[in-house]
Design a protein around this ligand. Structure first.
Ligand code: PEP
Length: 248
């Protein structure tokens, strides 16, 4: 009942030449059975959005400021992302939390700004290796969800991405049992707080998803898709991940 979502996060990668990968993806997936989202760097957002207009590929930002405009050099607001053609924005990625000291309260304010601008907020959470090894994973995730999700979160305006920090870009992934435990926990927390809407909010897994492990991950209950970093940069890698999600 929840439509699956394959989301790509290009991070600080890509120039105009990389748009040929988007053309290849559009050609390979004219009518996918799942939602497909690409979040390029801000410099490519408008060009990618124009290119993908009329295709099944949606575009999103990788971050937004909590304010609509103002004296915030280098930042981009949610209405600006929408103006550039975005329908989604990632907020609270662990690289933003680490590199820029973003707290749960800041992530929540960004998600609220995204909602005000009509964007779907893809809100990330995830534990560090030390937290996992200390047996704190569910406590950390529970705290991040409570602190980062706005009260107005619904299945239409919010996606949660579970991204264990130690699995991002490392090639290490949790076991399917570990992924299932956290996704079941997130689902239960969402239903506890949001009732029926908590059932409708999609929960993605992220962290070293590749064509070779995608099917196994997508078979886990309560995994509604993936947030993919490195393997979303090339159509040859992202396309089989989309296909695996269509099969799941
Ligand atoms: C990410 O940063 O969102 C991510 C999941 O990266 P990777 O797939 O490269 O581990």
């Amino acid at each position: 009942m929840r439509r699956k979502l394959a989301a790509g996060n290009w991070k600080m990668n890509g120039t105009g030449a990389s748009l040929s990968e988007v053309e290849a993806l559009i050609a390979a997936h004219p009518d996918p059975k799942v939602d497909v989202l690409l979040c390029p760097p801000a410099t490519l957002l408008e060009r990618m959005s124009r290119l993908a207009n009329g295709s099944a590929i949606a575009t999103g930002g990788q971050d937004c400021h909590a304010a609509e405009s103002g004296a915030h050099t280098g930042d981009i607001s949610a209405p600006m992302l929408a103006d550039a053609g975005a329908s989604h924005v990632i907020v609270g990625h662990s690289e933003r939390r680490d590199d820029h000291g973003e707290t749960d309260a800041m992530v929540r304010a960004k998600a609220e700004a995204a909602h005000r601008a009509g964007l779907v907020a893809v809100i990330c959470c995830g534990e560090s290796l030390a937290e996992r090894e200390g047996g704190l994973t569910l406590d950390i995730i529970g705290g991040q969800l409570a602190g980062s999700l706005p009260d107005g979160a619904t299945g239409a305006n919010t996606v949660v991405a579970y991204e264990p920090i130690w699995a991002i870009g490392t090639g290490k992934i949790p076991t399917t049992g570990q992924i299932g435990e956290v996704h079941d926990f997130i689902r239960a927390e969402l239903v506890k707080r949001f009732g029926a809407e908590g059932e409708a909010i999609r929960v993605l897994y992220g962290g070293s998803v590749k064509p070779s492990n995608a099917a196994e991950i997508f078979a886990v209950a309560n995994v509604d898709g993936a947030l993919v970093g490195g393997a979303s940069l090339k159509a040859a890698d992202f396309s089989p991940i989309i296909a695996a999600l269509e099969e799941a």
